[in-house]
Design a protein around this ligand. Sequence first.
Ligand code: ADP
Length: 494
Amino acid sequence: MKNRLKLMFAKLNIFRSLKLRIFLLLVIVGVIPSMFVRYAVLQSYEERAVEVRSSDVQTQYKILADHLITYGYLNDTSSEVINAELEQISNLYDGRVIIIDKNFNIIKDTYGISEGKTIISQEVMECFQGKTISNYDNKNHYIEITTPITVTIIDPENDPEDGLEEKTMVEGVMLTSLSTDTIQATIDIMNKQAVVIQVIMFVLLVALSFLLSSVLVKPFERVTNAIAEVKDGFNTEQISVPDYLETEHIITAFNAMLGRMKAIDESRQEFVSNVSHELKTPLTSMKVLADSLNSQEDVPVELYKEFMQDIADEIDRENKIINDLLSLVKYDKTHAELNIEPVDLNDLIELILKRLRPIAKKRDIDVIYESAREVTAEVDEVKLTLAISNLVENAIKYGEDHGYVRVSLDADHQYFTILVEDNGMGIPEESFEHIYERFYRVDKSHSREIGGTGLGLSITRNVILLHRGFIQVESELGVGTTFTVKIPLNFVGK
Ligand code: ADP
């Protein structure tokens, strides 16, 4: 069932094609109006033709009605002249003529079937009041015309001083029907011709629509090709398809993405070369130490021991770099998984400081902790411990002998804030934006001397960003440095 549905959608996929949609749109827009036009033209032709025919015929019927009076046909239907005239007219119009006298009796029917019968219909009644009525039956294709047969007399009741007044009296009614088959035949011919023209137009339209739809989607194909070239590595430069505003927008977005990918690629390459360089430095030192021992004869044991200690220190350093690198990769803000739980931050900081105090003590640095309140926050304990440790370690490393490192904790209803402050050497302002970069060190040799890898602040920043927080630095050369970390108390999920 599922497969069948999938198949159906795959087939329907063709309807998602822009080319097909443009094609169908053009065809529909071309065909529908022409069908309307054909219908409207034929319809109005029919109306006009029927109108002309009935008004022509009505004039003739009026003349005939006068003849009927002249020949006294209403009283005596034997007049051959009139009968011949009636016959001729009904033949001419392929219709029927019925003459009705004052008493509603049918005195003549050219079909000869209703003579002697009485007819009282709405039209006849109205016609006796002097109205001429014309009706068109478009289903059966005939026009029905009811004409009054009138005489005009001089009104005897009229005052002779006012002049003589004429009076029209309806003496009878002529009920006629005439076929419109000839009109219909003309319409049929016109319709056939219109259909032929329409079919030709349709074929031309299909061809034109096919051509146009292909031309209109061409720029999109060009976009696909340009992107494919970049993908396949034939082109590494920014691409351009300026045909439409839409393609330009797509390309602008693509170029921006390309730029970002290039930047990522460059930073990856730089990272790899930095990593190799950093990893090679301790190895080179070890090689030098080992070579110098090997090249000497009868090396005293003390020198051996001293060099071996140096080699062991270099191995520790190598180890630290590798550990930092692993943390950095592990806490990459796009891949890391956080193990969030409520943590008492006072306890966490106390523990960090307890671990680092012995190191500070070696240089007589006083590590002070100030907590404004009890703070419990939703954080990843292990990762945050590492981030804060790095800041405090730095404060000690770059702090002044006999100086101090002050760590303080505070919180409002949304964030907790940790300040790590020292009165050490400080950071030059131009380095503020670089200190979080991997392997960046303000003073390379000094940092290396004191065991820095240049990765600590990168790791710290990654961890803080993972917690949706931010880090800021304030520093003055020779005066000291303060790092401020602000993180939401409640973890804001992805
Ligand atoms: P490192 O392992 O070299 O300490 P970090 O990434 O932790 O690397 O720090 C980057 C650089 O920022 C350091 O090399 C140092 O120059 C500078 N820095 C960091 N913290 C401090 C501080 N508290 N005082 C002065 N300089 C600092």
